[in-house]
Design a protein around this ligand. Structure first.
Ligand SMILES: [Fe+2]
Length: 302
């Protein structure tokens, strides 16, 4: 079935963002990661939202199944060579699934950490304190959107595009995957359609800390929430805010689901839906400060 290939999303932002987060500016409004290549397109739009999303599929047969799945939801699918596209009916983004090679990441030796009876590194300081190169995300991991009908948007991904469910937030969200990552999409129930966050893989928890530290230097207003560890996906996280109000997450150590039979989706209740440990989530994490303005159309124009 579909794999998470080169994904491209559009995000409304009022100004050209910096590359402080570590993405490579390709100069045409698109940005690249180390392993994933071109994975982000920033576009002007009336509100901050996901504009389009491209997902990779293994085989042209997948496209036929997707077209049939979308037809089952009463949605039109447009075939364009080795791709199929359709508009998500609630939030309005354009989804495109195209046949392309899977994203294969090169092996990186595990970071040595000392533990009880387990001196993995001796005679020197930890790699995490010796590194001084800028943090650069390896790939786009997932996209999180708020939907005024999260069940319908989740059906679009699951029954339409063939995503699988990994976990649920009770009455409020669905973690969905099209790769071996725990989630590539999280659809959240929200009073208005908007882009909640994009999430970018870095090598380990030290890279999350180093990346966040660099982002916050001179820009304390960028801090949203971190450092912590989620329960769903198990990943370490730190969220930062971009100039348009979207959140960008550095993550590492995400759950990996190789055998679908060995993973049982859970419905997470209460705080477990949000996190395992870390500082208390700020109220603005689930209800960003500009939500009311987005609902009434009184947000700052892009
Ligand atoms: Fe996330």
């Amino acid at each position: 079935m579909a794999g998470w290939g080169a994904a491209e999303s559009g995000i409304a932002v009022p100004e050209r963002p910096s590359v402080d987060f570590g993405l490579t500016d390709l100069g045409d409004g698109t940005f690249a990661t180390i392993d994933g290549g071109r994975q982000l397109r920033i576009a002007r739009a009336p509100t901050r939202r996901l504009v389009d999303l491209t997902v990779g599929a293994d085989d042209p047969d997948d496209l036929d199944r997707i077209a049939a799945g979308l037809a089952g939801l009463g949605l039109a699918a447009v075939r364009e060579g080795d791709a199929v596209r359709a508009r998500e009916p609630v939030t309005g983004f354009q989804a495109r699934v195209e046949v392309c090679p899977r994203l294969e990441q090169p092996f990186v030796s595990p970071t040595p950490y000392n533990g009880p009876g387990r001196p993995e590194r001796t005679g020197n300081r930890a790699p995490g304190v010796l590194r001084n190169d800028p943090v650069r995300p390896l790939k786009l991991g997932h996209v999180v959107i708020g939907s005024t009908d999260y069940e319908a948007t989740s059906r679009f991904f699951a029954e339409g595009l063939g995503f699988k469910a990994s976990d649920y937030i009770s009455g409020a969200g669905a973690f969905l995957r099209c790769s071996t990552d725990h989630h590539n999409v999280l659809v959240l129930s929200a009073p208005v359609n908007f882009l909640h966050h994009t999430s970018w893989q870095v090598e380990d928890v030290d890279e999350i800390g180093r990346g966040a530290r660099a982002m916050l230097e001179g820009h304390p207003e960028r801090h949203v929430w971190g450092l912590g560890r989620h329960h769903a996906g198990s990943n370490f996280f730190w969220y930062l805010k971009d100039p348009a109000g979207n959140f960008s997450e550095y993550y590492s150590d995400m759950d990996c689901i190789i055998d679908d039979q060995l993973w049982t989706p859970e419905t997470l209740e209460g705080a477990r839906g949000l996190f395992s440990w870390g500082p208390p989530p700020p109220p603005s994490f689930l209800h960003p400060d500009d939500l009311a303005a987005l609902m009434t159309g009184s947000h700052a124009p892009a």
